[in-house]
Write a protein that binds this ligand. Structure first.
Ligand SMILES: NC(=O)c1ccc[n+]([C@@H]2O[C@H](COP(=O)([O-])OP(=O)(O)OC[C@H]3O[C@@H](n4cnc5c(N)ncnc54)[C@H](OP(=O)(O)O)[C@@H]3O)[C@@H](O)[C@H]2O)c1
Length: 394
């Protein structure tokens, strides 16, 4: 029987790759999936086109257009259209998916992640910010409802693959020594401080190995993306700070590694294309066939690994600080970074100004334990306001 899937953030980089993979796997009596809901924020036309292609009964358009008539509705396709952030939750309720792939960018993805876990549905999570801002709450919801969180993020999907099938849950924890998250180093790994000071948005958006949306591309250049992945690994796999190490691996072929107490290391390899971790999550625990999966390891004459540089890329240090602080510090880190990244993209602050701003905001913040999603959203709102007023421009 086909599984009902919701694809949130369907017009973005991960969302579009997901829909590509679903093509040919939906519809008919043999289709593995049925797409019951897709969402977008601003790109209404693209949302409608994808809805038409997959005959999706529910479309959520969160960017508050004037009215649903903004869609060029015609023909026999007449989906139910849900507007705004509240409309997305209503669309989830009405479409009742079995699994939700959340590829919304930023803290805006949090409520959908929480809804999915509360309802006991499986969450295929690309929106790492959900875990960065409210990891302990989401973990609790998953444990209470029995939902699975399957990481779409390539590094965490790699760790999941290395761990799955090793032993019973408890034994994995005992046998696991540490994980190595690999990082490409982004476009400025070898750059001088002067180059970074002069960097324009188009320079920072040029990722050496991955093709991604703007926020995560800038996050790869500042290494804030890797900082988020440290927090993500902590919440997903229950790892302590000293069990998570970042290694710079310029080729982006080894997606991450796991070291066990007996000294064995397991790595997961593949070309840098998000379709592979997405497909892994869609099929889990089965493996779905993929005709484009050719990987010629012989074409890589060397694979290199270097330690990460906490001085030139202070985001990694900030992530470890948030791990120690706990509470709402992750929500503050994310909100400040979202605002500062946007300011850089709009030419209002320099590239080094992003992390200087985030560091300043985090330093001033008094950590509070988090009790509810509403509280996290309020912290997010207040931090955005403060960050807008405290941007460091140099
Ligand atoms: N791209 C990658 O290779 C990659 C890898 C690992 C993890 N991730 C994670 O996956 C998530 C998506 O990344 P991406 O690169 O696909 O981003 P993206 O290309 O910018 O797409 C983001 C999607 O979210 C929607 N969106 C934007 N703001 C929203 C809001 N306020 N409320 C609801 N929806 C909103 C966008 O709609 P519109 O198109 O209508 O604006 C779009 O569909 C991020 O959390 C990222 O960290 C991405």
């Amino acid at each position: 029987m086909s599984r009902k899937i919701a694809v949130l953030g369907a017009t973005g980089s991960v969302g579009k790759s997901t829909l590509d993979l679903l093509e040919g796997r939906t519809g008919g009596k043999d289709g593995l999936f049925r797409v019951v809901l897709i969402s977008a924020h601003r790109r209404g036309k693209e949302l409608y086109a994808a809805g038409t292609k997959f005959q999706v009964p529910h479309l959520a358009w969160t960017g508050l257009p004037n009215s649903p008539s903004d869609f060029s509705v015609g023909g026999s396709y007449s989906p139910r259209i849900h507007l705004g952030a509240q409309g997305l939750l209503e669309a989830l309720e009405e479409s009742d998916p079995d699994l939700v792939l959340n590829a919304i960018t930023g803290a805006a993805g949090l409520e959908a992640s929480a809804w999915t876990l509360e309802q006991g549905k499986d969450l295929l999570l690309a929106n790492k910010e959900s875990l960065v801002v409210a990891g302990p709450l989401l973990r609790r919801l998953a444990d209470q409802s029995g939902s699975q969180i399957l990481p779409v993020d390539s590094e965490h999907a790699a760790i999941h693959q290395c761990l799955f099938g090793q032993a019973g849950e408890g034994k994995i924890r005992e046998g696991l020594k540490k994980v190595y998250l690999t990082a490409s180093g982004g476009p400025f790994w070898d750059a001088s401080p002067q180059v970074m000071e002069r960097a324009r948005p188009e320079d920072a958006l040029k990722h050496p190995t991955w093709s991604m949306g703007p926020r995560i591309s800038i996050g790869s250049a500042t290494m804030m993306n890797k900082a988020f992945e440290i927090l993500e690994a902590h919440h997903l796999f229950g790892l302590r700070e000293e069990q998570i190490e970042v290694l710079v691996h310029r080729q982006s072929i080894v997606h991450s590694m796991v070291e066990f107490v007996d000294g064995s290391l397991l790595a997961q390899l593949g070309v840098p294309d998000m379709r592979f971790p997405i497909l892994y999550c869609l099929g889990f625990p089965e493996r779905l066939r993929y005709e484009k999966s050719g990987f010629n390891l012989a074409s890589f004459s060397s694979l290199s690994f270097e330690p990460s540089d906490f001085d030139r890329f202070p985001a990694l240090r900030l992530a470890k600080e948030c791990l120690r602080l706990g509470g709402d510090s992750g929500a503050v880190l994310n909100a400040a970074d979202e605002v500062a990244t946007q300011a850089f993209l709009e030419g209002r602050i320099s590239f080094p100004g992003i992390l200087k701003t985030v560091e300043k905001i985090l330093k001033k913040h008094k950590t509070t334990p988090i009790q509810s999603i509403a509280q996290v959203l309020e912290t997010d709102r207040q931090t955005r306001e403060k960050t807008c007023q405290s941007l460091v421009s140099v």
